[in-house]
Design a protein around this ligand. Structure first.
Ligand code: MF3
Ligand code: CO
Ligand code: CO
Length: 248
């Protein structure tokens, strides 16, 4: 179901999203080589709960942690564990927070120490994919223009676009309709409406766009060729005359 948020609900979304943004800033100031991904998760849990919010990935369909911490070839849903962050790694930290019954959701890919130029470019282009997608975004725009913008920009830079996972609506549920793919045909799909809140989240790979899911943990999604991937996500409010990024 697609939900249209009223003013009060939008205020609640703003607050959850502000907490998500601040948490990611806090992680960015503290993440470093030598830390385990579990220690990153502890930072996330502490910060979100100190804001009176709940890290809503924890327990979501049985997910065992407060964040997804995905290193290098892991695209998304990396379960925090004893893996030690090393100089040169790129690390996506994807978090959600719920307060007053509403969720915010965002992801940043952090650079650990000295990162190669080619990985840095991947991270930069992934962020730029998001900003290409929100250019001209407002009520009335066809949904698949978003994916088309991401795909066009990523592929013109020689990168792959993950198909197996998509962005999504968000609100009282972490995942609401519609699905927001990172690929698609311009001019197609439903027309966006004011009051919709959606997550736009390009997942971009250096090599193949094909991914594999870890059979033993049931969560970790990695590139099929083992090459690096990056992820960038914000929660966005659609308005009559534009789009407001709630997690920036
Ligand atoms: N934050 C993720 C997203 O962007 C969802 C992660 S669900 C979890 O949709 F259970 F894996 F944490
Ligand atoms: Co997310
Ligand atoms: Co999301």
């Amino acid at each position: 179901m697609i939900t249209i948020k009223n003013e009060q609900e939008i205020e609640y979304m703003r607050e959850s999203c502000r907490i998500v943004k601040e948490t990611l800033d806090f992680v960015g100031r503290n993440i470093r080589a030598g830390m385990t991904t579990k220690q990153v998760d502890e930072l996330v849990y502490k910060y979100i709960t100190s804001c009176g919010a709940y890290p809503s990935e924890l327990g979501y369909e049985g997910y065992p942690a407060s964040s997804c911490v995905s290193v290098n070839e892991v695209v998304v849903h990396g379960i925090p564990n004893d893996r030690v962050l090393e100089d040169g790694d790129i690390v996506s930290v994807d978090i959600t927070a719920e307060k007053n019954g509403f969720h915010g959701d965002a992801c940043r890919t952090f650079l650990i120490g000295e990162v190669s130029e080619e990985k840095k470019r991947l991270v930069k282009v992934t962020e730029e994919c998001f900003f290409k997608a929100i250019e001209g975004l407002q009520a009335g725009v066809p949904l698949y223009n978003i994916g088309n913008a991401v795909q066009t920009y990523a592929e013109s830079n020689g990168y792959g676009v993950v198909r197996a996972l998509t962005g999504h609506g968000i609100g009282r549920e972490m995942h609401e309709d519609p699905a927001v793919p990172n690929y698609g045909k311009r001019g197609t799909g439903m027309r966006l409406r004011a009051g919709m809140t959606i997550c736009i989240e390009p997942m971009i790979t250096m090599g193949t766009w094909k991914v594999v899911q870890d059979r033993s943990d049931g969560w970790t999604i990695s590139t099929a060729d083992g090459k690096p991937a990056a992820h960038y996500e914000n929660t966005v409010l659609i308005k009559e005359d534009g789009a407001e990024i709630l997690t920036l």
